[in-house]
Write a protein that binds this ligand. Structure first.
Ligand SMILES: Nc1nc2c(ncn2[C@@H]2O[C@H](COP(=O)(O)OP(=O)(O)OP(=O)(O)O)[C@@H](O)[C@H]2O)c(=O)[nH]1
Length: 332
């Protein structure tokens, strides 16, 4: 079995030791990118704590900064209430201590999002990937394939965007890049065909060829494009026909720059497909990193892990989400 990146205590599937592709040094380099990426979001929040007093003005500034970072009204209020409580409990007297308490509050809020995506309980493990246009689906699939192939997994890619030749070609480029890893990477595609039938073929081929993972790259669509939302529901049904236990994961890719609109996307795709997790991309250079707090609050009603976050366009610029790391990077 394969655990992507590393195993955590939240693991539900029994697994062999993971093939960690993110040794501490690599993870540190990546953390630097995350910190730099989130600086646009964080600088606004961090400056709130440069004064000398803890007063109403500080909380007002913080409220404004969190809203600017796209944490949303509910998560902002939640964090402020929690923070005030922590300040009272700890009898903190200077703003620097309040900042540390905010890191704790944010970490606690984000913690439920931190989970490991495990593959291997099913062979193949079928992972369907959805999202709006340009969110970073194909890039994330490429990166994921890279990590899986490095871990020795055999991967089959299903190019379910059959109408856009560029999308197919892009996936094929990723497949080629990934062929240099230890695991094997195949692709099933068909110009102009029915996306659902490509997926049926891919899952059937994945079973027949004994692949470890089938990754389904769907075309971008907006929740308001109802015919396309019907199309993606059909893709899921047809995947189920090819393997009644599949899809084992249905991931939504969200562009980290989307801000509050991300919540609408989560709700709409969840309603259509029943999501099992999220990938948040483009956290390098966004001023809207606070949206993860809003997603976390939404997740209290409907738990949805953030399996990965993307911080660049390169193969290795996808990482597992860690609540404390993220909270610290956001406020550094
Ligand atoms: N900076 C940055 N760019 C990213 C990241 N992930 C994806 N991109 C870029 O975002 C753009 C869109 O990525 P794609 O992977 O093509 O997005 P998609 O969701 O597959 O697009 P459609 O199939 O058209 O819906 C590309 O230019 C990617 O290089 C990331 O984490 N950081």
């Amino acid at each position: 079995m394969f655990s992507i990146f590393r195993s955590k205590s939240t693991t539900e599937v029994p697994q062999q030791p993971a093939n960690p592709v993110s040794p501490p040094q690599a993870r540190e380099g990546w953390l630097g990118k995350l910190r730099a990426g989130l600086r646009k979001t964080g600088s606004g929040i961090a400056t709130v704590f440069t004064g000398t007093r803890i007063d109403d003005a500080l909380y007002e500034q913080l409220e404004e900064a969190l809203l600017m970072a796209d944490a949303g009204v509910k998560a902002t209020q939640y964090l402020l209430d929690d923070l005030k409580h922590r300040v009272k409990e700890s009898k903190a007297t200077d703003p620097a201590a309040v900042k540390a308490l905010l890191v704790d509050a944010l970490t606690e809020l984000l913690a439920p999002l931190e989970q490991t995506l495990n593959v291997g309980a099913h062979k193949p493990t079928v992972i369907m990937v959805a999202g709006v246009n340009g969110a970073g689906k194909t890039t994330s699939i490429g990166k994921l394939t890279h990590h899986l192939a490095e871990a020795g997994a055999s991967v089959l890619l299903a190019a379910a965007d059959t109408f856009r030749a560029a999308a197919r070609e892009q996936l094929m480029v990723w497949a080629d890049r990934n062929r240099q890893g230890t695991g094997s990477v195949d692709i099933v595609h068909q110009a102009g065909g029915d996306p659902a039938s490509v997926c049926f073929d891919a899952v059937s081929a994945g079973k027949a060829r004994g692949k470890d993972v089938v990754l389904v790259d769907t075309a971008g669509r907006l929740p308001t494009q109802l015919h396309l939302m019907e199309e993606i529901k059909k893709i899921k049904r047809v995947v189920q026909k090819a393997d009644e236990t599949a899809p084992h994961e249905v991931l939504l890719v969200i562009d980290g720059n989307t801000g509050q609109n991300a919540l609408t996307q989560v709700k709409a795709f969840d309603e259509a497909l029943g999501l099992t997790g999220l990938i948040v991309t483009k956290l390098d250079g966004t001023a809207k990193g606070g949206v993860l707090a809003a997603i976390a609050l939404l997740s209290r009603e409907r738990p949805l892990p953030v399996y990965f976050i993307g911080v660049g366009e390169q193969l290795d610029e996808l990482e597992t989400f860690e609540a404390r790391e993220f909270a610290q990077a956001l406020l550094s």
